[in-house]
Design a protein around this ligand. Structure first.
Ligand SMILES: [Zn+2]
Length: 245
């Protein structure tokens, strides 16, 4: 089913929802990109996208995301029941379902294990900082979701309240979840998330992170609002403490 949707969550503008065949090809492509860039290793990570209001296309469990073919993908309904496909859906399906339930504006979800961003959660260092303009405008705040056992209902419960307001989330000791108006949008957010983590790490090695002045952050947050973002960050960052209110 094709229908017109905005290209970016909450943003103005329209794009056509890809048909199922196109979604399958996109999953193959973004799976390969994630694997080649080291954002997932072995058979880790998973993706999903809305086919229509009732069905989701998801990656199967136990498969290297760099070696998937279009036929490997699995169709489930919005309650997670298997509809078609010879493989079993990702074991993280509950996290995906919780996000779609909370965010009718979200068309695609990518869970990956970006090493630098994940290392920040292992070290207990937050990435919720107003430092780089691209991050503030396109990702909003990178929130860290408290640890929960992966693949369980606990993991879905942990992410649910944060998914309402955030497009880029880190699951403590585990990995990332990015959401978007398309698989491409969710993939771009994953790339930006890891880039932000790498730059932040290098800045810390060079002597520390120098946050943007509050008024420059407010300017960027206003720009994000002007673009129509539905999920403007509402909580304060860990540097300036009051930027995103
Ligand atoms: Zn994972």
């Amino acid at each position: 089913m094709n229908e017109y949707i905005p290209p970016v969550p909450g943003m103005r503008g329209f794009a056509r929802r890809p048909d199922e065949d196109e979604l399958r090809r996109q999953m193959v492509r973004y799976g390969r990109l994630q694997y080649e860039r080291g954002l997932v290793v072995a058979a880790e990570g998973n993706m999903s996208a809305r086919i229509d209001d009732r069905l989701l296309l998801v990656t199967p469990t136990s498969i290297c995301k760099g070696e998937m073919s279009a036929e490997d993908m699995v169709v489930v309904d919005v309650s997670g029941r298997h509809v078609s496909g010879r493989r079993t859906a990702t074991s993280e399906i509950q996290v995906h379902l919780a996000i779609y339930e909370e965010r009718p504006d979200v068309e695609a979800v990518i869970h990956a294990h970006p090493p630098t961003a994940t290392a920040f959660t292992v070290a207990g260092v937050s990435l919720a900082q107003c430092v780089m303009p691209e991050v503030i405008v396109s990702l909003g705040q990178i929130i860290t979701v408290p640890y929960a056992l992966p693949t369980t209902a606990e993991a879905a419960r942990a992410i649910r309240p944060h998914a309402r307001e955030h497009d880029a989330m880190l699951m403590e000791m585990h990995g990332s979840v990015t959401v978007g108006r398309s698989l491409e949008d969710a993939w771009f957010k994953l790339e930006r998330l890891e880039w932000a983590a790498q730059v932040t790490l290098m800045a810390r090695q060079l002597g520390g992170v120098k946050p943007l002045p509050r008024e420059r952050v407010e300017e960027l947050v206003a720009f994000r609002r002007k673009m129509g973002a539905s999920n403007v960050p509402v909580s304060a960052c860990n540097l300036c403490g009051s930027c995103c209110g």
